[in-house]
Design a protein around this ligand. Structure first.
Ligand code: SAH
Length: 350
C-alpha cells in the first residue's frame, strides 16, 4: 500500500489548511497550488526549501510521469504514464478544431471483464486516487505549454483504462477538483464519463451536482446479447440502465450518449439497428458508433467501414441521432489498454 500520500488529492481548501498547520503563511498555499496546477513536481515548485522538504517527507514528489509519448500521423498523441509504485497507465490526447480532448484512466487495469477490451485482460491492479487522475491532465497540459489561464487540454473523456464508477469516490473527488475555479477549471460540460452501466452509481452521480456528460457503453440491444460480451449485464439490465439515464437527464438536463462498438457477427445487423431504434426512440440521447479496435488477445472482429456506414444509415432513417466516430490514432494502438498491455508484454519478455 501507499507509503507516501498524493498532494494533488487535496482541494485548494485542504491544501491551505495543510500549509497553515505547518506554520507557513497563507500565500505559500497559493504558490504551492499554482505550481501543482502547472503540473510541476513538488521539488520544482518555487516555495522555500524547508517547506518542500517537509512535504516531500510525506508526499510523492511526482505522482504521474510521462514515460513515453507516441505520436500518430493524424496528430493524436498517446502517453505511457509511470506511477510512483511502478505501475503504468495510458492516456491519449486527440486534437480537434474546437480544442484538445484528453482520455484519462481511472484504474490500473479493470475488473469488468468486457470481452472486447484490452484494459481488463490482467484484471484490476488498483484504483487510482483522485490526484493521480488529475495529474494525468496536469502533466499533459504542461507538456503542451498550457497553464490554468490558457488550457491546452480543453475537454476530457473518462474512457481510458478502468471503470470510473467502480472507483466512484476518487472519480467524484477528481471531478470536483478538475472543475474547481481555482484550479485547471475544466467545465463539467466538457467532460464525459463513460460507464459500462453500474446503475446505483449513475443515480449517485446524478445527485452529485457535477453535470458531466454521461456515456453508457451499450454495445448490444438485449440483455442476453449484452451478457455475452459484458459480464456487468448479468447484474443490471438495459431497462434499469435506461431508467437511470432518464433520472440523470432530469437532474442535469444533459442528454446522454450510448457508445456502440461494432463487432462483426455480434451486434451490427439490421435486427440490431431495429432493436436500438426501439430502445432509444424519443429519448434525449445520441449514439456513438465506433468500429471495434481489434485486440490481439481477443478473437472478436471489427466490421468494414462500409458495413458501419450501412448500420449508421439504418439508425438515422429510424430517427436516431447517431454518428460514426472517426478512428484516430490507430497506428499507435488506438483501443484503450492496448498500449499498456503491449508495454507489460514487452517487459515480461525481457
Ligand atoms: N469502463 C468504461 C470506460 C472505459 S472504456 C466503460 O466501459 O465505458 C471506453 C470505451 O471504449 C467504452 O465504450 C468501451 O466499451 C470501449 N472499448 C473498449 N475496448 C474497445 C475496443 N477494443 N474497440 C472499441 N471500443 C472499445
Amino acid at each position: 500500500m501507499l507509503e507516501k500520500k498524493i498532494l494533488q488529492d487535496l482541494s485548494y481548501t485542504q491544501l491551505s489548511s495543510l500549509v497553515e498547520s505547518l506554520g507557513e503563511k497563507k500565500f505559500r498555499a497559493e504558490q504551492l497550488y499554482t505550481g501543482l496546477m502547472q503540473g510541476k513536481p513538488i521539488s520544482k515548485i518555487n516555495v522555500p526549501k524547508q517547506l518542500k522538504d517537509r512535504l516531500l517527507s510525506e508526499y510523492v514528489d511526482e505522482p504521474v510521469k510521462i514515460i513515453k509519448t507516441f505520436k500518430s500521423t493524424d496528430g493524436t498523441e498517446k502517453y505511457l504514464f509511470g506511477l510512483y509504485d511502478g505501475n503504468v497507465i495510458e492516456g491519449v490526447l486527440m486534437k480537434y478544431k474546437y480544442g484538445n480532448t484528453q482520455c484519462v484512466s481511472t484504474q490500473v487495469g479493470c475488473r469488468m471483464g468486457c470481452k472486447f477490451c484490452a484494459s481488463t485482460l490482467g484484471g484490476l491492479v488498483r484504483n487510482l486516487t483522485s490526484g493521480e487522475i488529475l495529474s494525468q491532465v496536469l502533466v499533459v497540459n504542461a507538456l503542451h505549454g498550457g497553464s490554468t489561464q490558457k488550457r491546452e487540454v480543453t475537454n476530457l473523456v473518462l474512457m481510458g483504462s478502468g471503470e470510473p464508477l467502480d472507483n466512484y469516490d476518487e472519480t467524484l473527488k477528481f471531478l470536483q477538483n478538475v472543475t474547481a475555479p481555482q484550479g485547471i477549471n475544466i467545465s463539467a460540460r466538457n467532460i464525459s464519463l463513460s460507464t459500462c452501466g453500474i446503475v446505483p452509481k449513475i443515480y449517485q452521480l446524478a445527485d452529485a451536482e457535477i453535470p458531466v456528460n454521461l456515456t453508457i457503453s451499450l454495445h448490444q440491444t438485449t440483455d442476453e446479447g449484452r451478457a455475452r460480451t459484458m459480464p456487468i449485464a448479468k447484474k443490471y439490465t438495459i431497462s434499469e440502465i435506461l431508467k437511470a439515464c432518464e433520472y440523470y437527464f432530469e437532474k442535469t438536463g444533459r442528454r446522454y450518449i450510448f457508445e456502440y462498438s461494432l463487432i462483426s457477427g455480434e451486434n451490427c445487423d439490421a435486427e440490431h439497428a431495429e432493436g436500438l431504434i426501439k430502445l432509444l426512440s424519443g429519448r434525449p440521447c445520441h449514439v456513438n458508433l465506433i468500429r471495434l479496435n481489434e485486440v490481439k488477445e481477443r478473437s472478436l472482429k471489427s466490421t468494414t467501414q462500409k458495413q458501419a456506414y450501412t448500420f449508421l444509415g439504418l439508425l438515422e432513417r429510424g430517427g436516431l441521432s447517431a454518428t460514426l466516430r472517426r478512428q484516430i490514432g490507430s497506428d499507435i494502438g488506438g483501443a484503450c489498454g492496448q498500449l499498456r498491455a503491449s508495454y507489460l508484454d514487452d517487459n515480461n519478455q525481457e
